[in-house]
Design a protein around this ligand. Structure first.
Ligand code: ADP
Length: 349
């Protein structure tokens, strides 16, 4: 497998649209990097540039330290899987799986071994003789993934491979893919618009917006320490609460003032007095009995998630969403107290 380095990578399309700007990003050998961002943020452009399906406008793409800018797609040894699998219709599943291995001239025995291993791991062993037209969407996508993996490309690129599948299938195929990727240590770039998918499967995430790389880091790192308001709001469900607060200084003590009340700023946080914007995740605002908190409000909206409910609570002029353990007794209009844990807050500058 290869280590991939993007250096100052940019793409301007012939119509003048800048699909990607000045991206510096490394994909380590054997790593699964999730490239995530909203629609139009440049994710597919990045994948197509790495695959060699688009010409680079600026910068370099290196595989193991050597530029591949001038290499044609077929010479890069990159395998791609798209949202809608493109299989060879006249070949059965076994032949589809074997295709890339044969094209690379692998010995027959090795091809047989890889087809058996891949079909085993992806649950395709009992449909090896079937043609693509007779398969379900999920089976076809499994074959496409298997075909890409069987030939052990230097880089595996997956562009929204699970988007067209229904939820249970998506989770099952995703889990199998991650297992295979880890076992074979394939250098993998997974493009997805789905932040929960990126958090779930990426060794690291690269968060894109408007053609630029905003942050790269581990799932926990980018979720808990987002580098910008954009990243904070894009990652996580429910979306992070954004509050406008004022930092006040009172002798040795510092306070956070909002919703007509003030709470102590956690020790160790040094923030200058004045207005600030702060992000606080739902799990860092705890419910209290109304009598135990000066910050109380009424539930305005409820979104049941099964094991828990998301409750949006109006306190004075702010609306915050918190998580509550599911309980049939929770209804709109309920009065509830809140405790804000600013030690986990994200302070935006
Ligand atoms: P994503 O995959 O994140 O949805 P894309 O990489 O497809 O984003 O697109 C990034 C930007 O480049 C968008 O503004 C899109 O409209 C533009 N774009 C993509 N492909 C082309 C193309 N072939 N010609 C012109 N503009 C394009």
């Amino acid at each position: 497998m290869a280590r991939v380095q993007l250096q100052g990578l940019g793409k301007t399309y012939p119509n003048g649209v800048r699909g990607l700007r000045a991206v510096d990003l490394d994909v380590e050998d054997g790593e699964l990097l999730a490239v995530v961002g909203p629609s139009g943020s440049g994710k597919s452009t990045l994948a197509r540039l790495v695959a060699g399906l688009e010409e680079v406008s600026e910068g370099q793409i290196l595989f193991d330290g050597r530029s591949v800018n001038e290499l044609a797609a077929r010479d890069r040894d990159v395998a791609m899987v798209f949202q809608h699998p493109a299989l060879y219709p006249h070949l059965n599943v076994a032949e589809n799986l074997a295709f890339g291995c044969k094209a690379r001239g692998l010995p027959k025995q090795e091809v047989v071994r890889r087809v058996a291993e891949t079909s085993d791991l992806l649950g395709l062993s009992n449909i090896l003789n079937r043609r693509p037209a007779t398969l379900s969407g999920g089976q076809r996508q499994r074959v496409a993934i298997g075909r890409a993996i069987a030939r052990r490309p230097r880089v595996l690129l997956l562009d929204e491979p699970f988007t067209a599948l229904d939820a249970p299938l998506r989770l099952a195929i995703r889990a199998d893919l991650v297992e295979l990727q880890r076992a074979l240590k394939l250098t993998t770039v997974l493009v997805t618009h789905d932040q929960s998918e990126a958090l779930a499967v990426g060794d690291r995430l690269a968060v894109f917006g408007d053609g630029s790389l905003h942050q790269v880091g581990t799932p926990f790192g980018v979720y808990s320490r987002p580098a910008s308001r954009f990243v904070a709001q894009f990652l996580g469900y429910p979306p992070i609460n954004i509050l406008n607060v004022t930092i006040e200084e009172d002798g040795d003590l510092k306070w956070v003032r909002f919703a007509g009340e003030r709470v102590r700023l956690p020790a160790g946080l040094t923030l200058p007095p004045g207005s600030r914007e702060v992000g606080l995740r739902a799990e860092h605002i705890q419910p209290k009995a109304p009598g135990d908190s000066r910050l109380t409000g009424n539930i305005r909206r409820i979104e049941p998630l099964g094991h828990e409910v998301l409750a949006s609570i109006q306190i004075a002029d702010i609306l915050v969403t918190i998580r509550l353990v599911a309980d049939e007794g929770i209804v709109v209009g309920d009065r509830i107290g809140l405790e804000f844990d600013f030690s986990h807050a994200v302070w935006f500058s």
